[in-house]
Design a protein around this ligand. Structure first.
Ligand code: NCD
Length: 359
């Protein structure tokens, strides 16, 4: 029976697919730790706090040569496959750097026109091949659900290496949400943490996978209010609102950024995701001019609020905003590296060594 399955190897693909997300999330873990990292629903508050604390410990250790030398001794026997068939700058580089910090070897496939996918090999067979050469597969793909399918597929082979979802279709980007949470933890460290804060999402909320994953992770905190500000065509979808209702999260949906800005503790900006347009140029016809931050919007924002963006940005945040101390999106980029080091350390069970290091 599906509900009794204790691992992905004990359940058929059809039965697995029909499980609720929370039950799927349970099957991605092994021995009480994260194994496959596929959806934001796998994280709860204790693990978010633990990963944040490990990331902060690692960044402190890494300041010293002796610390960097120690970190490199943690996983030199492990290798990572970076399978990125969609464009990526930050996620790719931060995972790559994270692997290097822990001494892992990396192999990469970014251009599938040079791989056997060009000869008609399925992605399933490609990923199965990758598992022969690596101990973890970090993957980004335009096909929503592919990371989940791969996690199930590999769990049913003799080399069940973990899959880490680095962005799947329009669906989820759980490690971006982890770095967003880590950035919020640090930003609100002296203001009582994330609990009780008002987080305002702005932009293309219908197709932004980072928003979908972060909205879910924020439900792990008490009294957080989520506000979704977008043109009607790009507004957050009902499935996310359903998740928020199910977790008794207060939320508001609207299109008036200027009105909400004075109440915001964090503003999470996003770009228009026009790569998903069904008709060429369709999102170019949407008026997004009211969903941008410049000097006028800064003037309305609280002094202790923060502005986040998963990047890349287009025109939705003026470059002049970068100099404002409330702009934390460049810090997010670096936080992304540290939290990914922490995640890999957790998956391979070396966080205890890192905690005990006394260099
Ligand atoms: C995001 C993504 O790929 O979803 N980028 C990232 O990983 N930081 C956001 C985006 O592309 O707009």
């Amino acid at each position: 029976m599906p509900e009794k399955a204790r691992s992905l190897a004990e359940i058929s693909w059809d039965a697995f697919q029909s499980l609720p997300l929370a039950d799927k999330a349970r099957l991605y873990s092994r021995d009480q730790r994260l194994f496959h990292v596929i959806v934001a629903q796998q994280f709860d508050r204790p693990i978010l706090e633990e990963l944040g604390a490990v990331a902060t410990r690692i960044r402190r250790i890494a300041k010293l040569k002796a610390g960097m030398d120690f970190l490199r001794t943690q996983l030199p026997h492990k290798s990572a496959m970076l399978y990125f068939s969609q464009p990526s700058t930050r996620t790719f580089l931060s995972f790559h750097s994270a692997c290097q910090i822990l001494g892992m070897r990396t192999v990469e496939v970014r251009d599938t026109s040079t791989s056997s996918e060009r000869k008609g090999e399925t992605q399933e067979d490609s990923v199965r091949t990758f598992s022969s050469f690596s101990d973890v597969i970090i993957m980004r793909h335009s096909k929503g659900g592919l990371a989940e399918k791969m996690a199930w597929t590999l769990s049913n082979t003799e080399r069940p290496v973990p899959i880490v979802n680095a962005g799947s279709g329009k669906d989820q980007h759980p490690t971006q949400a982890l770095l967003d949470i880590y950035t919020l933890q640090r930003s609100f460290e002296k203001r009582g943490g994330i609990d009780g804060k008002k987080i305002v999402f702005v932009g293309d909320l219908a197709r932004g996978r980072t928003v979908r994953s972060l909205a879910q992770l924020l439900t792990c905190y008490r009294g957080v209010e989520q506000v979704f500000i977008a043109p009607p065509q790009l507004q957050i979808t009902d499935d996310i609102l359903g998740l928020l209702r199910a977790s008794n999260t207060r939320f508001e949906v609207g299109d008036d950024l200027d009105k909400i800005l004075p109440e915001a503790d964090a503003v999470y900006m996003t770009r228009v995701q026009d790569e998903w347009d069904e008709k060429a140029g369709e999102s170019g016809r949407i008026d997004t001019s009211r969903f941008c931050i410049g000097a006028d919007q800064l003037a309305k924002l609280k002094q202790n609020a923060v502005i986040l963006h998963p990047l890349p940005r287009r025109g939705e945040i003026s470059v002049e905003v970068d100099r404002d101390p409330r702009a934390v999106y460049w810090r997010q980029v670096r936080n992304g590296m540290w939290i990914r080091v922490a995640l890999l350390a957790h998956i391979f069970d070396v966080t205890g060594n890192i905690r005990d290091f006394s260099g």
